[in-house]
Design a protein around this ligand. Sequence first.
Ligand SMILES: Nc1ncnc2c1ncn2[C@@H]1O[C@H](COP(=O)(O)OP(=O)(O)O)[C@@H](O)[C@H]1O
Ligand SMILES: [Mg+2]
Length: 280
Amino acid sequence: MPPVIEIKNLKKHYRYGIRGMAVQAVDGISMSVDEGEVFGMLGPNGAGKSTTIKIILGLLRQSSGECLIFGEKLSRDSRRLMGYLPESPYFYKFLSGFELVKFYARLCGMGEKEAKTATMKALNLVGLGDAANRQVGLYSKGMVQRAGIAQAVVHNPRLVILDEPASGLDPIGAADMVDIIARLKREGKTVLLCSHMMSEVEKLCTRAAILNRGKIAAMGMLDEMLAQKDATDMEFETDDAEKLAQIRDFAASRGVSTLKTERAKISLDEFFRKTVEKSK
Ligand SMILES: Nc1ncnc2c1ncn2[C@@H]1O[C@H](COP(=O)(O)OP(=O)(O)O)[C@@H](O)[C@H]1O
Ligand SMILES: [Mg+2]
């Protein structure tokens, strides 16, 4: 099976100002995304992530290079197989979540009845089933982002492209987003997840590319990229200093030096979420 996305030496420059100054937003990117994986595209602001996404979707034309979707040049048919959550989605706030998502379903060519069923399915998937009849203008930021995902998947696409889905969300909203993306993966969808939030990418992706200034600075399996050579982490279920000293002595007797011993910690994100959940 051909990769879901295959990009070869993709370049894109923008021209701006009256003199037509050029910015090289994407500068020779090659990568591929396989069926069923959540592929992470990381990078600082201005790295070229959104530009790459827009070329994949056919919203922008590349200056040079090639982009294949399901092994073919982008066409009307392959566009239908893609769903997209833009970076800062703007939704008409007087529509209810249901009306909003149904609107997109209708845009994709579904009949009224089919659109209604697909809309409820998408809203339930993102946990907005109970808020379906509330106006989008009254939604929290996290709910708006979730409605954005529902809109992106309502036509049951095979490839879902998410541009910074958790940006502006608190750690609880961000964790919900991770759950939703994990659900998409379980449904067998291929996801291109673009983010500058490392923790969510770490939780969801097996492979990722790090972009900087329009180029790929690193790409591969996350496990391999993050593994430290010649070092192993071990976690012991004790904080007894004496026992730990014995363990360290034993290791030393085998010629293995202990690089660090510190109290096991959870991340601040996790601590925050647990604390808020407990005080509900
Ligand atoms: N429409 C545009 N016109 C001119 N320059 C742009 C335009 N869109 C993006 N850029 C520039 O291209 C570069 C890459 O932007 P972008 O793809 O949005 O990066 P990212 O999504 O990684 O933050 C940046 O330097 C940005 O300023
Ligand atoms: Mg962007």
